[in-house]
Design a protein around this ligand. Structure first.
Ligand code: ATP
Ligand code: MG
Length: 352
């Protein structure tokens, strides 16, 4: 029996609802496919911050390092500054564990209506560089309170950082339609962005059958809304990738269905799987949350752990539940979180 130890951080708000829902599904799948998933729960996040003044304990990263994967709901609450949840938990995890790829599938699903007029299927993989770029600590504030007060924030791209993201994206493109679109802004950002373009170009050239298009991010944002079905794999820097992938989840119907994987592709460190959405305090505790983004993230985790059949089984189960008309309110249905989850469990058994 294949055993994996998984660290679970349900976190805040609807994280506490969608994580248990997804774990029920993962346990059912594990039983059918002979996997032993050992879940260890960590109560980190905003409540923990309220009690301890930090999002996770000082040795939090050491505790997580002992696991094969991390399954996260959402962290953040109106009482805690956003920078705390980001810099006190998510960014340290991404950096310490070299999760330099943030992979976000953007796909239309039967049963989830896209706000776009067209019903052409959308199937895009967005590869966001996750360790460097615009999210840097280099910079500062000068002349506080004075009329010439100034803030400086440096963007850092390294050859290693950009090329490993490019390799990942180009090899994905090679396994699909071979079309790699790189988000750029090298007309305005004249040092870092041309370097990004160059390294992407050089790297992608090593992949026969892959063509690269450099698209200005403003035009690419419009492209994502007007003709998303013509896109295959997108590679983008930390900030641009974040914006494009939220836009991507919106054009396919709901932020509630979008999954993500923060990957250390080499497997030297645990990777982290979480839905794109946040803690959604506006609907938390009401049983309204859509668990699809979390369940789909669970399928990505199974795939990463080397169980493509179990991943495909889970994937087909939630897709068939949606196709059969089960869905939560954010995508136009009437199911509660637990009713939808029950429909997924039924579909898992039906496809076993
Ligand atoms: P955070 O600060 O943690 O990012 P947020 O307030 O930005 O939280 P998001 O979770 O990003 O909230 O959600 C934005 C909007 O989408 C909210 O109105 C929320 O209710 C809705 N939403 C997000 N996730 C889901 C979900 N899984 N199911 C239903 N609605 C959702
Ligand atoms: Mg948010």
């Amino acid at each position: 029996m294949s055993t994996h130890s998984i660290a679970v951080i349900a976190g805040d708000g609807i994280g506490k609802e969608v994580v248990p829902a997804a774990i029920t599904c993962l346990e059912r799948i594990a039983g059918i496919h002979g996997l032993n998933l050992a879940f260890t729960y960590f109560d980190w996040g905003s409540d923990y911050y309220g009690r301890n003044g930090r999002m996770m304990p000082a040795d939090g990263l050491d505790q997580l390092a002992r696991h094969d994967a991390i399954f996260l709901g959402a962290v953040g609450s109106p009482e805690v500054p956003d920078t705390e949840s980001l810099w006190g938990l998510l960014i340290p995890i991404r950096r310490e564990f070299q999760q330099y790829i943030n992979l976000r599938p953007v796909r239309t699903l039967d049963g989830v209506t896209s706000p776009l007029a067209s019903d052409k299927p959308i199937d895009i993989l967005i590869v966001r560089e996750n360790n460097e770029g615009e999210y840097s600590e280099v910079g500062g504030r000068m002349y506080r309170g004075l009329p010439h007060e100034t803030a400086v924030q440096e963007t850092i791209f390294t050859r290693l950082g950009v090329s490993r993201a490019a390799h990942f994206a180009a090899s994905l493109a090679a396994s699909r339609q071979g079309r790699l679109t790189s988000a750029t802004k090298s007309n305005g950002i004249i040092h870092t962005m041309p370097f990004w373009d160059e390294v992407i170009e050089e790297t992608a050239r090593q992949y026969p059958g892959v063509t690269v298009t450099h698209e200005l991010v403003d035009a690419l944002a419009a492209h994502l809304v007007l003709k998303p079905w013509t896109l295959d794999v997108i590679v983008a820097s930390n900030l641009l990738g974040d914006i494009l992938s939220d836009l991507g989840s919106a054009v396919t119907g709901s932020i509630g269905v979008a999954p993500s994987a923060n990957l250390n592709p080499e497997g030297d460190f645990p990777s982290l799987f979480e839905p794109v959405h946040g803690s959604a305090p506006d609907i938390a505790g009401k049983g309204l949350a859509n668990p699809v983004g979390q369940i789909w993230s669970g399928a990505m985790m199974l795939e990463h752990l080397g169980h493509p059949d179990a991943a495909a089984h889970l994937q087909s189960a939630f897709e068939s539940a949606l196709r059969d008309g089960h869905s939560t309110r954010d995508v136009g249905g009437t199911s509660s979180t637990s009713e939808f989850t029950a429909a997924v469990l039924t579909a898992i058994d039906a496809h076993a």
